[in-house]
Write a protein that binds this ligand. Structure first.
Ligand code: RBF
Ligand code: MG
Length: 312
């Protein structure tokens, strides 16, 4: 996949492109349909598939005070997932005031048709574009006729009655219902981060050493104990994670920690990817170390049972 930072980063005009555009946070099943449609259409016309995405989230750039929604996928993961869909070119646009001020017609004529050589546009039903969101699908269809490209709007993906959306996925994750994420994402929900020094309490005191993760700027699931699978440079491991404040102790520090099963090495300084499989229980305040470590032993047994079931 070729990568361009903004339209200014495109030094030579592209030709015969099939374009899809969106924030694509989560690269969920709805996004995947748009991306796959672009890839298929590009193959049909012997052209290239182009995804345009915004990074950081437009709300982060435009209204710095407001609480922007936490990201389901950090940029790095979003890029990987878009590439995995088979997209040829990714244009990452920083949504500045200047960008937001571009008129709908100018955006389509100069950038999409002019710079990308757009022959087809693939879009979700509620898409708006251009200054003050003045453009919608109808206007895009008008431009299409005038400027000579096609517009396709694939059926949006639903789970039961629910239309898949990044907002809906955030709710599910925030509640800790990570086992439901695959319905929306087509994969487990993942958080990433560097393994940092912890309180050196897990191994010595409890008998369950943990890797403490410094989360990147992304959505963290509800506090609790989870079955997880971890990808690291040292390989793939199963594990049990604790997200929360370790209320058995007095420091009340928020941590995300993972105890890896059948692993005795050390991951300090490495970036690890933690796939959240299922919440096992809420975090609890125990009477002491003995009771807590007994419970963690039970968590490990329960997680192992779950991994066995998943492998069948
Ligand atoms: N700490 C708690 O105070 N209450 C818990 O319920 C709890 N559950 C945990 C479950 C697992 C699987 C793991 C790995 C840790 C858990 N912890 C819990 C955190 C534990 O206190 C922490 O790992 C050590 O204090 C080391 O920082
Ligand atoms: Mg994430």
């Amino acid at each position: 996949m070729e990568l361009y930072e903004g339209f200014d980063g495109i030094d030579h005009p592209l030709t015969k492109s099939v374009v899809t555009i969106g924030n694509f946070d989560g690269v969920h099943k709805g996004h995947q349909v748009l991306l796959a449609s672009a890839v298929t259409k590009a193959e049909e016309i012997g052209g290239i598939s182009v995804a345009i995405t915004f990074e950081p989230h437009p709300k982060r750039v435009l209204c710095k005070e407001a609480d922007p929604p936490p990201q389901i996928t950090i940029y790095e993961q979003k890029r990987e997932l878009i590439e995995a869909c088979g997209i040829d070119v990714l244009v990452t646009v920083r949504f500045t005031k200047e960008f937001a001020a571009i008129e709908a017609r100018e955006f389509v004529a100069d950038l999409l048709v002019g710079k990308l050589g757009m022959k087809a546009f693939i879009v979700g039903g509620d898409y708006h574009f251009g200054r003050k969101r003045e453009g919608d699908i109808d206007l895009m269809r008008q431009f299409a006729e005038e400027m000579g490209f096609e517009v396709f709007s694939p059926q949006w993906v639903t789970v039961g009655e629910t239309r898949i959306s990044s907002t809906r996925i955030r709710e599910v994750i925030k509640r800790g219902d990570v086992h439901r994420a695959p319905e929306f994402l087509g994969r487990f929900y993942q958080v990433r981060g560097e393994v940092v020094a912890g309180r050196a309490r897990g191994g010595k005191l409890l008998g369950f050493p943990t890797a403490n993760i410094q989360l990147s700027d992304e959505l963290c699931p509800a506090t609790g104990v989870y079955a997880v699978s971890v990808a690291s440079a040292q390989g793939q491991f199963e594990g049990v994670a604790n997200i929360g404040y370790s209320p058995t102790f007095d420091d009340h520090e928020f941590t995300v920690e993972v105890h890896l099963l059948d692993f005795s090495g050390d991951l300090y300084g490495e970036e690890i990817k933690v796939n959240m499989i299922q919440k096992l229980r809420d975090e609890k305040k125990f009477s002491g170390i003995e009771e807590l470590s007994q419970q963690i032993a039970t968590d490990v047994i329960n997680a192992r049972k779950l991994f066995e079931v998943l492998k069948r």
